[in-house]
Design a protein around this ligand. Structure first.
Ligand SMILES: [Zn+2]
Length: 308
């Protein structure tokens, strides 16, 4: 059965939506084919507040957030990852509120050595949408428990979409802020060298073993059956891998040629993203000796490896 996504989402931009007694979300004014209905900024707490992913550099979004905050104190700003639709507004919000900014590290913080090697080649491309001015007051690590206000927040490192991507778990409430790792409207973009498909699959496996019952993603609606979605996404990527291997079975092909063959009914605006996703698969397959290539780029031909 094909994976099913929920694309029926019509948030009122800039308005506060209440999700739980102590949790609201405000949608930023940056809707696009890549950001869906806009970045979702979560604000946790009743007196002292924690802001998760302030969003893009937008004066309007900042004023919507400040309007909700009112006279209350913001103690912490948590960042799932450093893409320009998630982290830039953290700096202005810090200036306004004095809160500290917490995240995993720089965009290439946890890159694998193979990705580091590939990233030195200019042919690979990628690095789109990175927040180059990222500023962190505190770096966190896998399984760290942050005691913030009255909350215990567990750090779940989920590299793949970006190597510094983390999710935040409110463990006793079984809530996970899943950022761009798992969303309900689409699978996430994996664009090498920032995106790493092998890491992404491991990060999905990691979540499949956890027991959170609701995910609040960086874009789109909450996920009410998150484990089902995690498992469906694992299967979806494995199926995609099979299609890619089939596509290069008889003739070597470029990532774009593979996209034309295996993506059915693709929105033309998403072709570039799909091509990056296919390149991510091909690099992962190369690392596992399944395909071979002369070079790593979008225009390179990939073929089935002789080991197969
Ligand atoms: Zn992102």
């Amino acid at each position: 059965m094909a994976i099913s996504f929920d694309t029926n989402h019509k948030p009122v931009i800039g308005e506060t939506e209440k999700l739980e007694n102590d949790l609201v979300v405000i949608t930023a004014d940056n809707a696009s084919p890549m950001t869906f209905t806009g970045t979702r900024t979560y604000i946790l707490g009743t007196e002292n507040l924690i802001v998760i992913d302030p969003g893009p550099d937008s004066e309007d979004h900042l004023s919507s957030i400040m309007k909700y905050i009112g006279q209350r104190q913001v103690t912490d700003i948590l960042l799932t990852h450093s893409h320009i639709d998630h982290s830039p507004l953290s700096r202005q919000l810090k200036t306004e509120t004095g809160a500290r900014i917490i995240g995993f590290g720089s965009a290439d913080e946890a890159r694998t050595s193979f990705m580091k090697k590939l990233s030195s080649s200019l042919e690979l491309g990628g690095e789109e949408g990175i927040d180059k001015d990222l500023l962190l007051d505190e770096k966190v690590y896998e399984k760290q428990i942050l005691k913030l206000n009255n909350y215990s927040i567990e750090i779940v490192h989920t590299p793949g979409h970006l190597s510094n991507h983390i999710c935040f778990s409110l463990k006793e409430r079984k809530i996970l802020f899943s950022g761009d790792h798992v969303m309900g409207w689409a699978t996430t973009l994996i664009s090498p060298p920032d995106g790493d498909l092998g890491s992404f699959m491991s990060s999905l496996e990691k979540l499949s073993a956890r027991d959170e019952v609701i995910y609040y993603p960086g874009h789109g609606k909450p996920l009410k059956e998150p484990r089902k979605m995690v498992l469906a996404q694992i299967k979806h990527r494995r199926d995609r891998e099979k299609q890619i291997l089939n596509s290069v079975l008889k003739i070597s092909r470029t990532p774009a040629e593979i996209v034309d063959e295996v993506y059915v009914d693709l929105n033309p605006m998403l072709k570039a993203a799909a091509t990056r996703n296919v390149l991510a698969h091909l690099i992962d397959l190369y690392e596992r000796d399944k395909v071979s290539t002369e070079k790593f780029s979008q225009t390179a031909k990939f073929s089935l490896s002789n080991e197969n």
